[in-house]
Structures are given as structure tokens and as C-alpha cells.
Design a protein around this ligand. Sequence first.
Ligand SMILES: Nc1ncnc2c1ncn2[C@@H]1O[C@H](COP(=O)(O)OP(=O)(O)O)[C@@H](O)[C@H]1O
Ligand SMILES: [Mg+2]
Length: 293
Amino acid sequence: MTPELLEQGAQRMQQRLAALEAGRSQTASGGRSSGFSRPKAGESLDLAHGRILYLEDVSVSFDGFKAINNLSLDIAPGELRCIIGPNGAGKTTMMDIITGKTRPDSGTVFFGSTIDLLRHTEPQIARLGIGRKFQKPTVFEQLSVFENLELALRIHKGVLSSLRFRRSAAQSERLLEVLETIGLQTSLQRQAGLLSHGQKQWLEIGMLLCQDPQLLLLDEPVAGMTDQETERTAELFLGLKGKHTLVVVEHDMAFIKAISETVTVLCEGSVLAQGPLSQVQADPRVIEVYLGR
Ligand SMILES: Nc1ncnc2c1ncn2[C@@H]1O[C@H](COP(=O)(O)OP(=O)(O)O)[C@@H](O)[C@H]1O
Ligand SMILES: [Mg+2]
């Protein structure tokens, strides 16, 4: 494409954004755009073995207490995996290990079949295409919805320090797509601090999406949400599945029921049971340690 065409495209995008900013929620085409959901890291990610994330015999102890105990886990590309289990089972610690925040004492952690995550730092792992959503929303409260997303895009592109950041047509398109995905297209001028708890969580998910992650780790994303927000989040996740791989830790069983394919039950740092929700719910060991309480 010529620079002129790119510039024209960027201008059209700016107009569409301006129209959105003026309160009209429909994009000019009225439909969803395609072609911008290809994650960057995917180019080097080898999925030949049919798994995007692979943990084998992972263990970590804190002061002699085995928080993760010979944990082995396999996630397929595009999967939406739910992880449940009692408090202290090691769910958050597992995410800490995948994202490089915590180093295991032993074991193997691979992203695709060639990227050894234990050889990468936390920022490197984020750049490889693993996005993480912590329990509490961490949006920039003083900035608008739109500014938060644009900032995420700039961080992703490494142009944070550049004063004259100009969004390309593709980037503007991506912002629009993300806004639509998270359902905040009518709130883009709103200050993030004024959003409801659920909206803040969606915005943070949107910020992660601006970074085109292949794999998204979400720790208790619907905690504190209203029932309606929880339902909306289920729809959001079902829409993300396939384009991204999602690993979701939750206690809300109605939410798990709405989104789950395979459910993994973690207990005392390893997998206690795994399968469709109906199967793990009927498992006496799961009932004993988690569901029956
Ligand atoms: N950095 C840490 N230092 C010491 N103990 C920790 C640390 N992180 C987690 N733990 C302990 O490991 C266990 C598992 O915690 P966590 O992974 O947060 O469980 P979950 O998310 O399943 O509730 C808990 O007993 C917790 O206290
Ligand atoms: Mg936790």
C-alpha cells in the first residue's frame, strides 16, 4: 500500500473515531472488521504439537511449603480453559510461573513447542504474547477509556516516549475493534475512574487485547461483578476464544458453566481432576475438597 493510501485510511479511521466520539455507536461499515487479530508473536510460535502451553512436573516451594507440586498441564491453541480449586490450591502461583514472576524449583514450562518460558524474564514473556489480567483492575483512572487503550497500544509498539505518536490506519482499526469487543464504544470519552467495576475489568481486558496476546491468563475476572456484568463477560470470553487462548481462574460456577469446555481442578498444587464441568462436578474427590464445602 502506498503512503498516500495509508494516510487516507488513517484519516477515514480518525473520522470514524470522531463519529464514535460524537456518540454514534455504529462504525461506518456497521460490521466487524477482520484481519487485525493475528497476534505478532504467533509468527515465531510453533504450534505443530497442538499445544500452546505446556507445563510438566512443575514444583515450587515457599518456606518448605509446596505451593505447586509436580503440576503438569497442556493447553491447546484457541482453547478456553477454566481452572477451579480451593483457596491456596496454587492457581495464582501457576500464573506467576507462566508469566515469569515466580521461578519454579523444578519442571518444564513451554510456550508452543520451542519457547522455554523459564529462560525468559517477565517483560520478555509479555512481549512473546502472554497477557495477564490480575484480580484487581489496574486501569489509569485519570485517563479516558480511549486514552487507556491508546496507551496500551503505544506500550505495545514501544513508542511510549515518542511525543508525536500517530496511529496508523491498522492501529486505529484495532482500537475500534477492541472498543467494540469490550462493549465500551459509547463510553470512550469517559474517565476510567468513573466506570463501574465491571467496565474497568473490560477496559483492562481491552488494554491486553491491544497488545495482541496469543495467550491470556485471567485471574478471577468476574469477582465483584454484578450478575449482568458476569453474563456480559461470559459472552466476551466466548467471543475471544479461538482468536486467543484463554486460561481463566474463577470461583463463580455459573460463569464457569457458561463458558467452559474443559475444566481443570487444582488442589494442593497439582491437578486433581480434569474434564467437562458435569464430570468434575460429579467427581467425589472434587466434591470433597472444593464443591461440597
Ligand atoms: N510469594 C509467596 N510467598 C510465600 N507463599 C506464597 C507466595 N505465593 C503464594 N504463596 C502460598 O502458596 C499457596 C498457593 O497460593 P495461591 O497460588 O495464591 O493460591 P490460589 O490462587 O489457588 O488461591 C498459598 O498457601 C500461598 O499462601
Ligand atoms: Mg488466587
